[in-house]
Unconditional design. Structure first.
Length: 248
């Protein structure tokens, strides 16, 4: 059974509100792996699973036949796979499956949300351009520096310098001395600043994914009011015309 337009709109509004919790639930547990705080890892993993369950339950209430849809079947599978089975001693080899299931939930969010799809595409373009600039400028700096500068003894040193410069960290352990090397450094620094600016703008727009939807939803009542006022004016005009004919 297809999803009705009203149900689709409700799903879109819910998705716009719950995308960030879903992404956090999928990604945060990947960084909580300290063996010294096992209870924290368990709590975060169980909490992330509850977020997936809440999302699935709400979608089922908004669309009664959601479990029969392709997305519903995928979400049920992800909820089953992301259950914290690692609490069971016999399921010690389950970590890889759990990781893949959480990453699959991230992919589901990206594919289902136009704003996130645009963000992913833009991020891919930015990473590609930054990587090309890093390779070109690092190799150019190595070619200009390695004969006279011991800091650029190998290509690996040049790439280390390029990555440090691109991320605007700037350890200062390797410094170009030739004009060509410094120009390559300037190019990498400008690329790093541009990348940070683009990512900041993309994230700012990402957190307002439902802004255009709210505007379009608000526009409908205004159009209805304008149509009602127009009808009232036409009725008043006809009434005035009738009164004018009677007076004549």
């Amino acid at each position: 059974m297809p999803v009705h337009t009203a149900q689709s709109d409700e799903l879109a509004r819910w998705q716009a509100k719950f995308n960030i919790p879903i992404l956090l639930a999928a990604l945060v547990p990947l960084f909580i792996t300290s063996p010294q705080s096992k209870w924290v890892e368990i709590a975060v993993g169980f909490g992330s699973w509850l977020v997936f369950v809440v999302d699935l339950v709400v979608r089922r209430r908004l669309v009664p036949n959601y479990f029969h849809l392709r997305d519903g079947k995928i979400d049920i599978t992800i909820v089953l796979l992301t259950f914290p089975y690692y609490l069971i001693p016999a399921a010690s080899g389950y970590a890889a499956i759990l990781l893949l299931a959480r990453l699959a939930r991230v992919v589901r969010v990206l594919l289902a949300t136009s704003g996130l799809r645009r963000f992913a595409v833009r991020l891919g373009k930015v990473v590609t351009i930054a990587a090309l600039m890093l390779v070109i400028c690092s190799l150019a700096a190595y070619e200009a520096e390695h004969k006279t500068n011991p800091g650029f003894a190998t290509i690996g040193d040049a790439f280390w310098w390029g990555i440090v410069t691109l991320t605007t960290v700037g350890y200062g352990d390797i410094v170009p001395k030739t004009t060509a090397g410094r120009l390559a450094g300037v190019a990498i620094m400008l690329t790093g600043v541009a990348v940070l600016g683009i990512l900041a703008g993309s994230l700012a727009s990402l957190f307002h994914l439902d802004q255009s939807q709210e505007k379009s939803a608000d526009a409908t009542p205004v159009e209805e009011e304008i149509a009602a006022i127009r009808a009232q004016l036409q009725a008043a005009d006809r009434r005035l015309g009738e009164l004018a004919q009677r007076g004549a």
